[in-house]
Design a protein around this ligand. Structure first.
Ligand SMILES: *Cc1c(COP(=O)(O)O)cnc(C)c1O
Length: 466
């Protein structure tokens, strides 16, 4: 076994060193994917198998752990987090309960405590480490559902949603698709969200929300505040939404998948003012904390709500939520689970509050640099302010009659080219690019290259169209 691990170790050094220079995606390497399939082998040679997997993966894998993957919101992996993730695979703990692994249970307890400290939240809050922000939204809105059922005299964990009205959910136009997916998985349906937006960008319409809450005549409701939306990195006014929630007795959930990290810097902490008044907060660790996939977390004010919504009593061989032998499986959606706390614990222990604040601030600076380069380029047009780490802009040469078509083509050309990655969106009705900066490896040179490649491809695409 140690020979096989030696193969991985031998590949790691050259691969990691290549990340700062290699393209995000080498289109020519994708032909290697054909070597993965065929009929299920009757037997195989483990050394050859690992060699093949590493050869194909290091060539055809997407270098999203590298510094120039600006698509979606995709973090890299700090050195301490990567080493700890290897350790998690090595130790193969089942972080189900205190009995299945007292070690994993304790690391998770400390990791959750440090996360609360990192974001300035009280130690009394409960928490769950989950696979992603989608699952953190699911966990949080699962707790909200249980709370809401309780207001109607129903234990939804026991009896489900039968005989209940539809759960009212209000949010701004910034609500993320994954919050809707969470509502869909919880049985409310993704259309349960009433969007109160005052413009085409989706900014919160607080007066509209208040009118809607009035129309509910005291019926309990859930508010979702979006702390960091994906098109331009803007924020709902969390404190104002907290005021509304306390006035109307709502559950306030904050989706802070990446935006929660604004709390780390005095330059941006105002953006998340009021999060300590939320009932639940969802965020990702595999984005701005720079730990490997899969890693998200939910923080919930009333700790007991997690056990009520996600406990699974009833099997004689398993502990129930109140049992001293229980553990985090009874406070979140998964049962058997890997020790995803290890890389979180390690990156926080190794780089600390200061290291993570410095990384966030470096990204804020890089986003400003990117915005300045866009502003200085005559054929580029910035479409939004840059409150955090996303720069929303489009290619807009004078005289071009179909900018949406041009920008869609530039977006596709970027992915085909592979040197840098960014995706398109529609912002305020306009097709735009929205590079997001969350990788600890990204430097000024990477930002400069990104803008240079966009301008080069825009010129090529523009010339081919005319
Ligand atoms: C990325 C993101 C999510 C979903 O996160 P996953 O980790 O992909 O599940 C949810 N909300 C916001 C605001 C996001 O940026």
């Amino acid at each position: 076994m140690s020979d096989l691990l030696g193969q991985v170790h031998a590949a790691a050094g050259p691969y990691l060193e290549s990340l700062s220079a290699r393209p995000v995606q080498d289109p020519d390497a994708l032909s290697l994917l054909a070597e993965l399939g065929g009929p299920l082998p009757a037997s195989g040679d483990p050394a050859e198998v690992v060699e093949r997997l590493l050869r194909i993966g290091t060539a055809a894998g997407t270098a999203s752990a590298g510094p120039r993957f600006f698509h979606f919101v995709t973090g890299g992996v700090t050195p301490a987090a990567l080493a700890a993730d290897w350790a998690a695979a090595l130790l193969d703990q089942n972080a189900f309960s205190k009995i299945s692994s007292p070690f994993a249970h304790e690391v998770e307890t400390v990791a959750l405590d440090w996360l609360r400290q990192l974001f300035g939240l009280p130690a009394s809050w409960g928490g769950a480490l989950v696979a992603s922000a989608t699952f953190a939204n699911f966990t949080s809105l699962g707790c909200a559902t249980h709370w809401w059922g309780f207001q109607h005299g129903v234990d939804t964990a026991e009896d489900g949603l039968t005989d209940l009205p539809r759960m009212p959910v209000l949010s701004s136009g910034y609500v993320h698709a994954s919050a809707r997916k969470a509502l869909q998985m919880l049985g409310h349906g993704r259309n349960s969200v009433t969007v109160c937006a005052r413009d085409a960008v989706g900014r919160a319409d607080l007066a509209g929300m208040r009118r809607h809450l009035e129309s509910l005549r005291g019926a309990p409701a859930v508010l979702i505040a979006n702390a960091g939306e994906v098109n331009a990195g803007d924020f709902d006014p969390v404190a104002e939404l907290a005021d509304l929630a306390s006035e109307y007795g709502c559950w306030l959930h904050v989706d802070g998948a990446f935006g929660l990290f604004a709390a780390l810097s005095p330059r941006t902490e105002h953006l998340v003012r009021g999060i300590d008044r939320a009932d639940s907060i969802a965020a990702d660790a595999h984005k701005w904390l720079n730990v490997p996939y899969e890693s998200g977390f939910a923080l919930v004010r009333d700790q007991s709500r997690l056990g009520a919504a996600f406990g699974m009593p009833g099997a004689a061989y398993l502990p129930g939520p109140g049992d001293p032998a229980s553990g985090y499986a009874l406070y979140g959606p998964e049962s058997s689970r890997r020790a995803r706390s290890l890389p979180i614990w390690a990156t926080l222990a190794a780089y600390g509050r200061d290291g993570h604040r410095e990384m966030v601030e470096r990204h804020l600076d890089l986003a400003r640099r990117l915005a300045a380069l866009v502003d200085a380029a005559p054929e580029l047009e910035r479409l939004a302010d840059v409150p955090l780490n996303i720069v929303c802009f489009r290619v807009a040469p004078p005289g071009d009659a179909d900018l949406d078509d041009l920008n869609r083509r530039v977006g596709a050309a970027l992915l085909r080219d592979g040197r840098v990655y960014a995706g398109t969106t529609v912002y305020d009705g306009k097709v735009a690019l929205r590079p997001a900066i969350v990788n600890w490896r990204t430097t000024e040179a990477d930002i400069d290259l990104f803008v240079a490649v966009v301008r080069e491809l825009a010129a090529t695409v523009g010339a081919a169209r005319s």
